[in-house]
Design a protein around this ligand. Structure first.
Ligand SMILES: Nc1ncnc2c1ncn2[C@@H]1O[C@H](COP(=O)(O)OP(=O)(O)OP(=O)(O)O)[C@@H](O)[C@H]1O
Length: 250
């Protein structure tokens, strides 16, 4: 029972969406989700993988509380306020500096808290006073990651956080996120189309069916991250494509 948990204790992320239907203006309906259920162990890194248009964004919107028109129940690891979100696009305010963009995410009572260690961690110590127009794409993503971590989230949600970056930049940011997750007790839920990056980063893979989406399989990866070589990742990918052909491209 949540009211017997000590303050700050984390529960599992628990998502049960019996049904989510979009209604169109002319009485038509699109069933986006039917019978989707999964749990993520506190402190672990889980990734949702599914074909294009299956209902991943819909699921994220529901668990972030942006859509309450669904049948089902969602339990977050902490309070509703302790969620950090990294979107596909960094969504920075162009007229605010890097530091101001990050501080905007903080609750009023903690708006002045020191962020030196965080800016150091994400590699932005020298860029705090710059404006978004003065940043590379990779640095903009670092700001978005810092903004999500600044609230010290119990749950970090990552929606395709490394798309449209060049390979070396994406690889550096994946290492940054993996390291940030390792240092914290937070639970991470990522959505990605990139099966290799999912295998590289995750403790738990949650594979989704085409629309209306539901979970078709879950895979636990317990190999230490530093031992996840390109060869091993590719072998895992091929095995998953064989087991889940509707979800993972061959
Ligand atoms: N507001 C809406 N009204 C009607 N249908 C919608 C609405 N939003 C999404 N849909 C439909 O619901 C289904 C799931 O959409 P959703 O965006 O959740 O998929 P997704 O898995 O995130 O897609 P992608 O991988 O392309 O980002 C799609 O068929 C989509 O067209």
């Amino acid at each position: 029972m949540s009211d017997t948990q000590p303050v700050g204790a984390q529960g599992a992320l628990d998502v049960r969406i019996a049904r989510k239907t979009y209604r169109s203006g002319r009485g038509g309906a699109v069933e986006a989700v039917r019978g989707l259920a999964f749990s993520v162990t506190p402190g672990s890194f889980a990734t949702l993988i599914g074909p294009s248009g299956c209902g991943k964004s819909t699921t994220l919107r529901i668990l972030l509380g942006l859509d309450d028109d669904f049948e089902g129940e969602v339990r977050l690891p902490g309070s509703d306020e302790s969620v950090g979100m990294v979107f596909q696009e960094p969504r920075l305010l162009p007229w605010r500096t890097v530091e101001e963009n990050v501080r905007l995410a903080l609750p009023k009572a903690r708006a002045d808290r020191p962020l030196d260690a965080l800016f150091e961690e994400v590699g932005l110590a020298e860029a705090r006073d710059r404006y978004p127009s003065e940043l590379s794409l990779g640095m903009e993503r670092r700001v978005a990651i810092a903004r999500a971590l600044a609230v010290e989230p119990a749950l970090l949600v990552l929606d395709e956080p490394f798309v449209s970056l060049d390979d070396p930049t994406a690889a550096r940011l994946r290492r940054l996120v993996a390291e940030a997750a390792r240092r914290r007790a937070m639970t991470v839920l990522m959505v990605t189309h990139n099966i290799r990056e999912a295998i590289e980063l995750s403790d738990q893979l949650i594979l989704l069916a085409p629309r209306p989406t539901r979970v078709v399989g879950e895979v636990t990866l317990d190999r230490p991250r530093e031992a996840r070589t390109a060869v091993w990742i590719e072998a895992e990918r091929v095995a998953l494509a064989t087991r889940f052909p509707a979800t993972v491209e061959a």
